[in-house]
Design a protein around this ligand. Structure first.
Ligand SMILES: *[C@@H]1O[C@H](CO)[C@@H](O)[C@H](O)[C@H]1NC(C)=O
Ligand SMILES: *[C@@H]1O[C@H](CO)[C@@H](O)[C@H](O)[C@H]1NC(C)=O
Ligand SMILES: *[C@@H]1O[C@H](CO)[C@@H](O)[C@H](O)[C@H]1NC(C)=O
Ligand SMILES: *[C@@H]1O[C@H](CO)[C@@H](O)[C@H](O)[C@H]1NC(C)=O
Ligand SMILES: *[C@@H]1O[C@H](CO)[C@@H](O)[C@H](O)[C@H]1NC(C)=O
Ligand SMILES: *[C@@H]1O[C@H](CO)[C@@H](O)[C@H](O)[C@H]1NC(C)=O
Ligand SMILES: CC(=O)N[C@H]1CO[C@H](CO)[C@@H](O)[C@@H]1O
Length: 333
């Protein structure tokens, strides 16, 4: 009976001494940002007599009692709690990522031998975000691109134009990871302030603005404006068979293209617009749309034009109204 107990006890001790007790070490934080401190927290049942920490088969630290031997790479970077075996690693680097192993031992009563491990994840967060251009001048109708340069590791990137999310289209495309945006071709409507946002676990970074001003030729900014103050000159009324000329003008830099609509239907391009001979279908509301292809803006003016019967001084519809009134007057009499 007593003999069996001794045997069982020694088996248990053997198991413990062989490192049968393996445990998970708790990290004070996970993941850890480059430059931060982290504590590998160990709760041993009793104060260990000896202990060691290993990383990639190298000794980080080893101690017997209060006698400490620190690995060369860890001078001034570690702190050990002798009571528990906890390790503090300071100012972590990306290369500190990986599996750490601890071994603690005590020979007394009760004796123990513990092994533990933890995996340290270190993240190099985004610190600085800049927008750069490989070609200095965006030249109208040429391709142009911007790159988003990030120090640290970005999980994702996105772009803003004048503070609003920039989306891809026929001319504007993003590289696979959004690290570049291409304009093919670049137009004056692309000028504006561009920013890149880089997202990472600990921090999001936003670049300062890149002012894109489209150049018409090398190093010559496109001067563009309008169209504004679109106006139509021409007759208010014309007789059937006569000639009518309408002119459209606008303040625009560079000059713009004009399109004519009568009652909403496209009838002609260019200014002046000459009608000969005038017929009844030329009656109605005239719209001139001025289009500036550099500013990519439209602006319009509207004017009424009445077509008169050749014999009458009255517009056609007015004549019909007068006749109608006369007829109804005649009926009443
Ligand atoms: C780390 O500890 C856990 C929990 O005790 C154990 O299951 C695992 O095998 C250990 N990992 C290594 C690589 O030793
Ligand atoms: C830009 O390209 C468009 C279409 O290809 C053309 O109509 C326009 O004249 C070009 N502008 C300049 C300034 O080259
Ligand atoms: C920005 O990143 C691109 C690649 O994405 C690289 O070619 C370029 O040299 C970087 N520019 C700067 C100023 O770091
Ligand atoms: C970063 O931006 C994303 C998306 O806008 C947001 O969900 C996240 O909370 C931000 N992270 C930090 C650390 O600010
Ligand atoms: C009226 O004139 C327009 C051109 O201004 C022409 O297209 C149209 O055919 C003419 N209609 C008739 C009925 O002659
Ligand atoms: C401007 O007008 C032109 C011709 O009238 C038309 O082709 C174009 O789609 C218009 N553009 C916009 C932005 O309204
Ligand atoms: C940022 C910038 O330069 N924006 C200009 C874009 O072009 C228009 C008109 O051509 C200017 O008014 C903006 O200042």
């Amino acid at each position: 009976m007593g003999k069996t107990r001794v045997q069982v006890l020694s088996l248990v001790l053997l198991g413990l001494l062989k490192g049968g007790w393996s445990f998970q070490v708790t990290l004070s934080k996970d993941p850890v940002e480059v430059g931060d401190d982290v504590v590998f927290e160990v709760r041993s049942p009793d104060k260990p007599e000896t202990g060691s920490w290993q990383f990639r088969n190298e000794q980080v630290v080893f101690w017997i009692g209060a006698k400490l031997v620190v690995g060369l790479k860890y001078n001034d970077r570690i702190d050990v709690n002798y009571e528990t075996g906890s390790l503090k690693l300071m100012s972590v680097k990306l290369s500190d990522s990986g599996d750490y192993f601890v071994h603690l031992q005590k020979a007394g009563e009760p004796p123990f031998s513990l092994t533990g491990n933890a995996t340290l994840h270190i993240i190099d967060s985004v610190t600085k975000v800049t927008v750069n251009s490989p070609s200095p001048y965006p030249i109208l109708n040429n391709t142009f691109s911007l790159t988003c340069n990030v120090s640290g590791n970005a999980d994702s990137r996105s772009w803003l134009k004048d503070g609003q999310p920039l989306s891809a289209g026929d001319r504007i495309t993003f590289s696979k990871d959004n690290s570049a945006v291409s304009f093919n071709p670049v137009l004056v409507s692309d000028n504006g302030t561009y920013q890149c946002i880089a997202n990472s676990y600990f921090r999001n970074g936003t670049s300062t603005g890149y002012n894109l001003v489209v150049n018409c030729k090398l190093n010559l900014v496109c001067v563009t404006d309008g169209p504004e103050q679109v106006s139509i000159t021409g007759p208010d009324a014309s007789r059937i068979g006569s000639t009518a000329v309408f002119t459209c003008s606008a303040l625009s830099q560079p000059g713009c293209e004009y399109t004519w609509f009568i009652n909403g239907k496209l009838v002609a391009k260019g200014s002046p617009y000459k009608i000969h001979p005038v017929n009844s279908s030329n009656d109605g509301s005239y719209t001139c749309t001025a289009w500036n292809s550099l500013t990519e803006r439209n602006s319009s003016a509207v004017k009424m034009h009445h077509v008169l019967d050749s014999a009458s001084l009255w517009p056609r519809h007015a004549v019909a109204m007068v006749i109608g009134t006369l007829v109804s007057a005649a009926v009443l009499v």
